[in-house]
Design a protein. Sequence first.
Length: 469
Amino acid sequence: MLFNSFEFIVFIPIVFVVYWGLRGKKAKNIFLIASSACFFVTSDIRFFLLLLVVSFLAYISGNYLISHKNNRKLIVSLNVVIFLLILALFKYLNFFIDNFSVFLTKLGFTIDKFTINLILPLGLSFYTFMAISYVIDCYRNKITSKPSIDEFLAYITFFPHILAGPIDRGRLMIPQLHVERKFDYKEACDAMRQILWGLFKKSAIADTCDDVVSVVWSDMSSQSSISFIIAAFLYSIQIYCDFSGYSDMAIGIGRLFGIRMMKNFNYPYFARNVSEFWRRWHISLTSWFTEYVYIPLGGNRVGKKRVVLNTLIVFTLCGFWHGANFTFIFWGFICGIMFVPYLLQKNPRKYKNEPIDTNYRTFIRIFVNFVLITFAWIFFRADSLDMALTFIEHTFTSNNQFTNIKHMKIVILLSIVMLFIEWYNRDEDYGFKKIKNYNIVIRYTAYFILLFFIFLLSKTEGNFIYQNF
């Protein structure tokens, strides 16, 4: 059940009304768990059963770590290994089988190729990381009190974030489920604005970008150089609007139920260098890798060579997390390579909480950084490394005549308008928030314009890019 589907449009008002009609935090938590189960059942009941297995293992282990001092390192290590094995089994098994078969063939062995047809459960990459972070936080004493089973299950199964994040931390979300929640009309109204903005980015922009991008990628031999440049630009917009649009909807839906989730995007295409980009892009994942992988490896407390190595390891693992394909691994490695010059500077600009100036130097930095990130996205989008290299080659060598692809002009215009609106709101939680400061005529005119383009351009098929990871 996708957020932009008809089923969800029917589902969410019913859940909202019943939820706020219940009294007591326990009743609300149990109802959220039941609602999440219904959300999963529309796809496959087995997905929810696996989620429950992971959840109960994390809960029992976390409770042990909170109340016992013995065998703590063994318990946390076993949990991390088990969760990673579950992730590897469903997501990476065929990848390893295929590549091991190729390796044996090159050695001269003759083997029959086979695959194991395992369905990738919805949200697996996200909730396994939430389970790992919860157990590690219990081990590190960042969580010191045992949550009730309804609080924990409401946290890890919460349907807005289970499909594609954010990867919320238990230490931040469970306390919200421990207290009574009261309906806040102003908060709900602002949450609806955030949902509307996310839906606009997803349905009107990201899906329409895909119409153009897919044409270029599927028939590269007949495209012009300018088509490749436009396709690269629009894929950057597509993946941003698809994922940040989902995050806006997920966070907004959470707010409807009185629950604040992690901010997942902070206008990453306005970043002034690669380091700032990764503090603004998919924040819940990059902060997860920083906290649970990079820092345990030594972080920046070790020598410069080790810092570079740690960075390359983390980015490569981050790429592999996205999918079982060498394109993702190479994409992660490329992003790490782009990060290395920043690490080697004596006094690099970190741009932590610094406002974005409106001078030409800032715009040059933003543009250069956007071009670098757009180049990296080519490997992320490609089905193979050869395909990515062919795309890059055609960008500079194609002599075909430029042809306008359906929806190209309108999606470029909408993308530019979206970027201007988010630039205007760059100091806010999301890219449409300041509209609340205007009078009712301007507000509702803006709402109807967004809805018009959503209904005009939205597609009944398709999915969120990150739900596949």
